[in-house]
Design a protein around this ligand. Structure first.
Ligand SMILES: Cc1cc2nc3c(=O)[nH]c(=O)nc-3n(C[C@H](O)[C@H](O)[C@H](O)COP(=O)(O)OP(=O)(O)OC[C@H]3O[C@@H](n4cnc5c(N)ncnc54)[C@H](O)[C@@H]3O)c2cc1C
Length: 520
């Protein structure tokens, strides 16, 4: 990551006592702005993009809407609680649809596994693939629930910035064998390699290597079973737009196409920001939803650090990069009837492939794909009769990998198309229309994501909870961090929870200065 040596700017102008800035309109930033608005702050959200949502934004091209990032909404109650905290009703603003089935996993040998909410349906799938693993699967579900209550409902919803908080939970970590990996835990419960995959791939959706990420993350199985898998009509971008609407109704504002160059610190306290065009905006509270690495390395480049030095940041394990091919297909709405909303097409290797991505930094010849076909649920994503897709392949991030994406992107995309034609979408080439490719370079330039990583700092055990950049900054007073790189971590439930934690850390705006709801 780059730093420069320009000097810190002039003092920021005075504030009302209730002015807050949120840097970044990712889902974590928007949720934070809502929380601060509910606390009486006049919030300005600043983002360099021309739309809110960050990774959850979408791009429309020739009538096809490409949902760029998150597609699976779990734990909808997190969003409902957020809206309720602002005196609003989530379901009035967003049309969330429960999916059934959730997703299908397809292996090379032609076998498949369909994930559903019903435990009986899931047990039937397990029994179909490997009857001897049924007992182990039941135990896995119980394990998952135990980790959900501890990891999600307890740890994930409170600040973990005090060492004492960590020390208190260490015995539970030990008891739940948090030192084991997600794959290790699945393998201890079921023998069939396909089932081991089906029970352990989930960390990839938050940037973690299933063979090293703490087994606490098996909680996802319980999460899905208990609360379902959902899709927001209009894509996650529709949630971001609804959040922006709530923020405006609270009297806050969004400044898009505006990039923060530096967080201004006076006598150890965050006082505001300076934009890249030189404008200074002052605030009483500054929240950064920019990547934690970018926040410390770039936005606080003139501030001496006690913890998050460039060396420390560089020594973190960063999540993998992503190669995403977004494409529209003409006249295919009735084609490929067996291809649902979410499909995982598994390649020939699992462990060795993951090693290539996370440890060797090698762009492998084979790949495993996650394929999104939103038009199954939401026809508005494409012109009538057509489809919109994205195919995603995890790849090494720019820190560990040496791939020259300028020359490798097109050959890699072609390989992806070939795999899709052979395994999922026969005849695809004849229907292709609009398309767009994101490589790790796109993540670096669009989201200012260190090393072009898809999900910020990897959620390994020694990079989780207290070990992660704290929600209340270690480096400056009045500065807070939310989003994927902080506690509790990546994924929509994680970043929405980081805003909930923020709400417990920031005091209410001073009484006389509180914003009145614009709607009042
Ligand atoms: C392809 C993909 C698929 C995913 N699928 C799922 C899924 O199905 N379900 C799920 O729950 N999660 C999923 N995730 C993860 C989830 O999308 C992210 O963890 C989450 O959206 C990150 O939110 P965030 O709040 O950290 O902010 P980001 O989305 O990272 O947004 C940060 C914002 O800050 C802005 N910014 C940065 N620096 C500056 C600056 N200096 N000045 C101004 N603005 C700045 C950026 O422009 C950006 O808009 C997926 C992610 C990806 C990439």
């Amino acid at each position: 990551m780059m730093t420069d040596r320009a000097s810190t700017s002039a003092l920021a102008p005075p504030t009302s006592g209730a002015d807050a800035i949120v840097i970044g309109a990712g889902l974590g930033g928007l949720a934070s702005a809502m929380r601060l608005g509910a606390k009486g702050y006049r919030v300005t959200v600043i983002d360099r993009l021309d739309v809110p949502g960050g990774r959850g934004s979408s791009i429309s091209q020739g009538g096809y809407r490409f949902d760029l990032g998150p597609t699976i909404v779990t734990v909808p109650q997190g969003l409902r609680e957020l809206w309720a905290a602002c005196g609003r009703d989530f379901d009035q603003d967003v049309d969330l649809r429960a999916l059934d089935p959730f997703y299908e996993i397809r292996w090379q040998d032609g076998s498949h596994f369909t994930a559903r909410q019903s435990t009986e349906a899931m047990r039937a799938e397990v029994a179909r693939l490997s009857p001897g693993d049924l007992k182990g699967y039941d135990r896995f579900l119980k394990d998952s629930e135990a980790r959900y209550w501890f990891g999600f409902e307890d740890l994930g919803r409170r600040s973990m910035h005090r060492l004492a908080d960590l020390i208190k939970v260490l015995p539970t970590f030990a008891w739940l064998r948090a030192d084991k990996s997600v794959y290790g835990h699945a393998a201890s419960r079921v023998k069939d390699e396909r089932l081991r995959f089906a029970l352990s791939f989930h960390p990839l959706f938050i940037g973690g290597d299933p063979f090293h990420v703490t087994s606490m993350y098996i909680l996802v199985s319980h999460l899905e079973k208990e609360f379902g898998v959902h899709y927001a009509m209009g894509g996650v971008a529709a949630i971001a737009l609804a959040m922006a609407g709530v923020i405006r109704s609270q009297g806050g504002s969004l400044r898009l196409n505006a990039e923060v160059d530096e967080i201004l610190i006076e006598q150890g306290r965050a006082k505001g920001v300076r934009l890249t065009d030189g404008e200074v905006i002052s605030a009483d509270v500054v929240v950064s939803n920019a990547d934690a690495g970018h926040t410390y390395d770039r936005l606080l480049r003139h501030q001496p650090k006690t913890r998050w030095t460039p060396k420390k940041l560089a020594s973190r394990r960063w999540s993998m990069g992503l190669f995403v091919w977004y494409f529209g297909t003409k006249g295919t709405r009735l084609k490929w009837p067996d291809v649902g909303h979410h499909t995982i097409v598994v390649g020939p290797r699992y462990k060795e492939h993951i090693k290539d991505i996370f440890l060797r930094g090698k762009l492998a010849d084979d790949m495993s794909l996650y394929v999104h076909r939103p038009t199954v649920t939401d026809p508005s994503a494409a012109p009538a009769g057509d489809d919109t897709f994205y195919a995603l392949s995890p790849v090494p991030n720019l820190g560990i990998g040496t791939t020259d994406w300028a020359s490798e992107a097109e050959p890699y995309r072609q390989k992806m198309q070939k795999m899709l034609e052979e395994r999922l979408l026969p005849g695809l080439g004849a229907h292709l229309t609009e398309e767009l490719v994101f490589t790790p370079n796109s993540f670096e330039t669009r989201y200012l994501s260190p090393y072009g990583s898809g999900f910020s700092i990897e959620p390994r055990i020694l990079q989780s909870a207290w070990f992660r950049p704290h929600n209340v900054s270690e480096e400056a007073k009045g500065l807070y961090l939310v989003g994927a790189g902080t506690h509790p971590g990546a994924g929509l439930p994680g970043v929405v929870a980081s805003a909930e934690v923020l709400g417990t850390l920031v005091p209410d705006a001073p009484k006389g200065q509180q914003m009145r709801m614009a709607a009042e």
